[in-house]
Design a protein around this ligand. Structure first.
Ligand code: CA
Length: 232
């Protein structure tokens, strides 16, 4: 099974939080709910969400402060954030987008509209997460069946190599340090030596390259690794 997209809903109105959770789960998302700003920051720390739906008016830390603090953290720097608000002032909307929100929905909204906007944000920011099948160059990954093909040839990968490739394919061309790959693939609460990443990258390369196939993974000296779409 493909990993379900994890949505963190931050909303203090219990009825609306329940409604959001119910509808998002029905859409196949995995949902966590936080009832105030502090809880949201704690929850995002424990389990990094793929997407945050964040109410503007919250007890304790207000939505805009939660947004700012999520953006300040390495793990959630690029996490899509959609803000919910009852305010309609243009100034607030711009302020929210300035602080790093990706989209903005004014209450009251319909569930259909919200779900469509979330899908659009996911497609725009992380095209790969919205799909069960992703491709980069001549590499094709099916996340549901856990199969990878390169130029039509079946590539056999271990689970760790699969997850590394999945992460690299979500951000083609972007360079990841060993530490970033460790966090993304093993999780930040697990202690793994940075050298372990090199070992798995080596296995991944070996599986991807047969005969005279080019090396799709670029090693960036003292920086890390990237998937080169052109080479792939
Ligand atoms: Ca509220």
């Amino acid at each position: 099974m493909a990993k379900a997209t994890h949505v963190l809903v931050v909303e203090d109105e219990a009825a609306l939080a329940d409604l959001l959770k119910y509808n998002l789960e029905k859409e196949g998302y995995r949902v966590s709910v936080a009832n105030d700003g502090d809880e949201a920051l704690l929850s995002a720390n424990e389990s990094v969400p793929d997407l945050v739906v964040l109410d503007w008016m919250l007890p304790k830390a207000p939505g805009i402060e939660v947004c700012r603090r999520l953006r300040a953290r390495q793990e959630t720097r690029n996490t899509p954030i959609v803000m919910l608000t009852a305010r309609t002032e243009e100034g607030d909307r711009i302020r929210g987008l300035d602080i790093g929100a990706d989209d903005y929905i004014t209450k009251p909204f319909s569930m259909i509209e919200l779900l469509a906007r979330l899908r659009a944000v996911m497609r725009r920011i992380r095209p790969a997460l919205a799909d069960d099948t992703i491709s980069a160059g001549d590499i094709l990954m099916d996340r549901v069946s856990h199969r990878v093909k390169r130029g039509g040839r079946e590539v056999h990968l271990g689970p760790t190599e699969f997850r590394i490739l999945d992460h690299l394919m979500q951000h083609p061309g972007r360079v990841f340090s060993r530490e970033q790959l460790l966090d993304a693939v093993w999780g930040s609460d697990v202690y793994v030596e940075a050298r372990t990443v090199d070992v798995h990258i080596g296995r991944l390369r070996k599986a991807l390259m047969v005969g005279d196939e080019g090396d799709p993974i670029r090693t960036v000296r003292s920086a890390g690794y990237a998937l080169d779409v052109e080479a792939a």
